[in-house]
Every structure is written in structure tokens, then in C-alpha cells.
Write a protein that binds this ligand. Sequence first.
Ligand code: KG4
Ligand code: ZN
Length: 337
Amino acid sequence: MNLLAIESSCDECSAAVLKDGDLKSVVISSQLIHSEYGGVVPELASRAHMELIVPVVEESLKKASTSKDEIDSVAVTYGPGLAGSLIVGISFAKAFASSRGIPVVGVNHMEGHLYSAFLEEDKPEFPFVALVVSGGHSMLIHVRAPFTHELLGQTRDDAAGEAFDKVAKLLGLGYPGGPVIDKMAREGDPKAFKFPRAFMDGDSFEFSFSGIKTSVLYLLKELKYDPGKPDEKLVRDICASFQAAVIDVLVAKTINAARKFGVRSIVVAGGVAANRGLRTSLQASAETIGAKAFFPRPLYCTDNAAMIGIAAHFKYLKSGMVTDLTLKPTPNLALSF
Ligand code: KG4
Ligand code: ZN
């Protein structure tokens, strides 16, 4: 099977080619225009997708040394995400597939993140517990078998990545906030400030990150922080302390879930899984319970079409390639169970 996968749910325009579940190429065009606005501007994102989709797909085919005629199925993200962005990828996928008489399958963006670790050579084993942490979601999921999963808990307010982005904005560090906080945190003192860790009692798999963000805001007010004249050491210490609080919660809950379900593999995916501190901490904690943590490489953590392709491949193995020309953007699409 030669599959063309497309992802356009937010501000990354991406296409990938997979042959029988093996990744042949992936092209990701990140829309840098949003950084000057401190967040993704939906109108600009959809316009950029319209300009990028054809060249991105063409480049992915070229890199995979595959012609359009050799493609025999198409997978596309249909939610969750921004309606205007999703519609560009879906319209392209439907037009490409119907003009060639090949199937088009819709993939849930979160299921893409969930299966992204299978793009790597060293693959997790079923059943596993997955922590999916991105700009829009923070979820703990128990995956019993391919496409047989249950949601254990999710965030009640901000997503983990959203907290990174908001704190970076408060500090005047630009968008997206995760990569820059990750970098600054490496040289800061994680014990300099004490930020709250929510829902740490008992067996809760729910998350809450808005309290940490508010604590950072109060601290900055108290310190009369001026983002125009940042104190480098202070910024590094705040980044390290904030990141430590987020990581403590993510690691503790993931390890609790892994222990409760007795799994030997733990998958961490989504943009925040690129975080160096989270990777080190979770890997070490997993070893203490005899489990192994699997992280996709950073390129596959943030949004990309390769993960949409691998999720489509698992979907195909479970229920065949079901074509759906009624596919439409579903901005609030939930994880299916
Ligand atoms: O998965 P993703 O590319 O898009 C969504 O589906 O939301 O995740 C983007 C999020 C942003 O909030 C970004 O700040 C965060 O992932 N992120 C990181 C890192 N790299 C990206 N957060 C923490 N550390 C990082 N290194
Ligand atoms: Zn994502």
C-alpha cells in the first residue's frame, strides 16, 4: 500500500508517504508568520495552507521517489483543529483521491500523536500507557491493542503546551513557548521558585495547568518584571521552576497509570514530548518500575503527517481501508473508543 498522508489541523502544513506502514518521506512546512502575533492566527493559517499544500505534497512524493499514480490511498486529519485549516487538507485529500478513484480515510489528529512512537525503529509493545501532551490537549490513555484504547484522564483547563506558551508570553519569550522555555530551563535553578502541582493526591489521572500559569503571573507582578528589560538569571530560574512543576505532575501521573495497568511500555507524544527535561525524567522514573519509555524523535512529536500515516496504517490493519467522501472538518473531534 502506497499511502499519502496529509496534516493541516493547525499551523503545520505537512505531507508524508508511507509504503506498507514504513515511512518513505515527510515534509513539514511550519508557518513562521504566527510568531509575531504570539499565537496561531486562524485566518492566516488557512491562507498559508492553501499556498503550501500543493508544493508540500509534491515535495513529499519527490523525496519518496513515488509518482502520483503509484499512490493507492490517502489519509487526512479531519479533527480536532482549526476548521479553516482542516478544510484545506480535507478538500485536497478528497479531490486527489476521487480524481484517481482511490480511498480517502479520515484520521483523528490525537490518534496520530498516539501512534507516532511506531514511526521509530524501537517500537513500544501493546498494551501501553500513553501520555499525549500538546498545545491543545493533555491526555493519559490506556492502549490495549491497536485502535482499542480508553481515556484515563485529561486536563480540566489549560493543556500542558498551552501553559508553556502562556508562560513564555508573560516572560516576553515569543511563540511557541515550549522550545525556548526548555532551553532556558537547562541553565536555571528548578528549586528557585515553588509553583503548584495540581491533583497530586490519590489516583486522579486528571490534569490542571492554569494554576501554575497564574502563579507565574503573580510572581512577575510581585517582582515588577518588565519583559522589555529581562533579567537573564531570573528568567532562567522561572523557566526551570515552572518546567519542573509541569514535569513532576506529568511524570507522577504517567507512572501511576503504568503501575496500575501493569504495562511495560510507556509512550509520550505530542509537542511537549519534545521537552528535554520531560524525556530525561520520565525515562528514569519508568526504569524504577521496570517499564520503558518511548518517545518519538522531536520532529515526530510536533505536528506532522507521518504520524497521520502511521495511525491510518493501524486503522487499516484493524478494519480495512474505509473510504469516506462525506468527511468534513470536525474541530472538536473527540478521541474514539
Ligand atoms: O503537537 P503540537 O505540535 O501541536 C498541537 O497539536 O497542539 O504541540 C505544540 C505545543 C506547543 O504548545 C509548544 O509550545 C509545545 O508543543 N512544545 C514544547 C516543546 N516543543 C514544542 N513544549 C515543551 N518543550 C518543548 N521542547
Ligand atoms: Zn498536535
